[in-house]
Unconditional design. Structure first.
Length: 99
């Protein structure tokens, strides 16, 4: 059986990739969108050609019950920008993550 991806989830992935690309180019931070199920964070999307190091060394940022961002180098972003980016990611998940 093939698992289909809803239109809203595709839009979430597109929007996340756009913002993540901007953050990577401006601050050198790699971000990965994860779906959260209990204690498990499952990779959904993000930069493909990252060194294969453990996600244990990355910072996890919970956006809601079902989605979060895993960040490598999050400390490179100024605090006021972190809050702004988290707010934008939360709005994206709220708007497009219902699929």
């Amino acid at each position: 059986m093939v698992k289909e991806t809803s239109t809203s989830k595709l839009l979430l992935l597109k929007k996340e990739n756009e913002l993540s690309s901007f953050i990577r180019s401006k601050y050198g931070v790699n971000l990965f969108l994860a779906e959260i199920t209990g204690r498990r964070w499952s990779y959904i999307t993000g930069r493909d050609n990252v060194n294969a190091i453990s996600f244990l060394f990355y910072e996890r940022i919970r956006l809601d019950r079902h989605f979060g961002i895993v960040a490598e180098g999050w400390q490179r972003i100024p605090d006021e920008k972190k809050d702004e980016f988290i707010s934008v990611f939360k709005k994206m998940v709220e708007e497009y993550g219902k699929g």
